[in-house]
Design a protein around this ligand. Structure first.
Ligand SMILES: C[S@@+](CC[C@H](N)C(=O)[O-])C[C@H]1O[C@@H](n2cnc3c(N)ncnc32)[C@H](O)[C@@H]1O
Length: 322
């Protein structure tokens, strides 16, 4: 997955006057700051904010785009007109939402870092109502789609569920929460999942059921991967040889209306072996199941060879979901 070409061009223009060595140092510092959990000082310079555009925005955009795609499969008629983006940064989730939903008319972005928020005006076409505020305390606009992308890890755990309650109260259609695909990110998603299910919210994705998460209490954690194409500058800033990276993310989406959940979801890279494909599936609250699809199961085998980690299984076909 790649950012739209015009966004890539704008990001290149925005950093054209900054020496590569300065951007690279800023990218390294940003990554170290996030690893240390020292979020308050992440954007301590203009170069740090530019570095985010190069090394994080393409990945958070891709994770968001993929998660929204999964939601649409489950709720094909969902066409939000309004979006509320919490901790919006430079607008990564807005870019992904605009791409997925041409229906979008009204966008509110709440971000405490004014320098980062300013980039959203440069990168996003159409008008965005920017609010420089603290998402923990500010009033939240009622919106068809509410997104919290990679920001809840920056909120103290004792304040998180209160914020989720307010975000859910503001949601008229779907609430999507995305976190890094680490055990910690999954832990936050799990707590939100349990909390919202107890409150009667309707599961959209990724879970095909509303029983307990079968990975809970194991060494495993539910996460997915978005493949992100790297630009040559992105490669240079990360001193990376590969032309792509896999952004690991955990997510959960809830709706006000009942969604048509799939029978199961693929929770690992499918393994294509001679004449058969091995799938690992989340089916229910008991355990992760393995399914082997052999060449003799003609149509299923064809589908299994195309299926990806994160997809619904069996795949949705037109008319499946209402
Ligand atoms: C890792 S960035 C994610 C940005 C964007 N949502 C994305 O997916 O790329 C987290 C953002 O949340 C913002 N943030 C964290 N806590 C916040 C708060 N209490 N109020 C407003 N913004 C906050 C940070 O300033 C930062 O821009």
């Amino acid at each position: 997955m790649q950012l739209p070409a015009c966004t890539r061009e704008k990001i290149a223009q925005l950093s054209a006057d900054v020496p590569l060595t300065e951007l690279r140092r800023a990218a390294e510092r940003l990554s170290a700051t996030y690893k240390d959990g020292d979020f308050g000082s992440a954007f301590d310079s203009p170069a740090a904010r530019l570095a985010y555009l190069h090394v994080r925005l393409p990945a958070t955009f891709a994770a968001c785009a993929l998660a929204l795609g999964y939601c649409v499969e489950v709720m094909p008629k969902f066409a939000p007109q309004s979006l509320l983006d919490l901790g919006s940064g430079p607008g990564s989730a807005i870019l992904a939402t605009q791409q997925q939903f041409p229906s979008l008319q009204q966008i509110v972005a709440i971000e405490r870092d004014a320098g980062l928020a300013k980039f959203a005006n440069d990168l996003i076409s159409g008008s965005v109502q920017q609010r420089a505020a603290d998402i923990r305390t500010t009033a939240l606009e009622r919106s068809d789609l509410v997104i919290a992308s990679y920001c809840l890890g920056e909120i103290a755990s004792k304040e998180r569920l209160d914020l989720i309650d307010r975000a859910w109260a503001a949601t008229t259609g779907v609430l999507l929460v995305i976190e890094p695909g680490t055990p910690e990110g999954y832990g936050r998603i799990l707590a939100i999942r349990d909390h919202l299910l107890r409150g009667g919210a309707q599961m959209v994705a990724p879970c095909p059921h509303v029983q307990r998460c079968p990975m809970q209490g194991t060494n495993d954690w539910c996460h997915f991967a978005a493949r992100v194409e790297r630009t040559s500058l992105h490669r240079q800033l990360k001193s990376a040889a590969l032309g792509h990276e896999d952004e690991k993310f955990s997510y959960v989406a809830f709706a006000r209306e009942t969604a048509h959940l799939p029978a199961s979801r693929i929770v690992r890279h499918p393994r294509q072996l001679g004449g058969h494909v091995k799938l690992e599936l989340c089916v229910d609250g008991e355990r992760i199941r393995q399914e082997v699809v052999t060449r003799s199961q003609k149509a299923e085998y064809r589908a299994a060879r195309r299926i990806r980690w994160g997809d619904a299984w069996p795949p949705y076909t037109d008319g499946d979901a209402g």
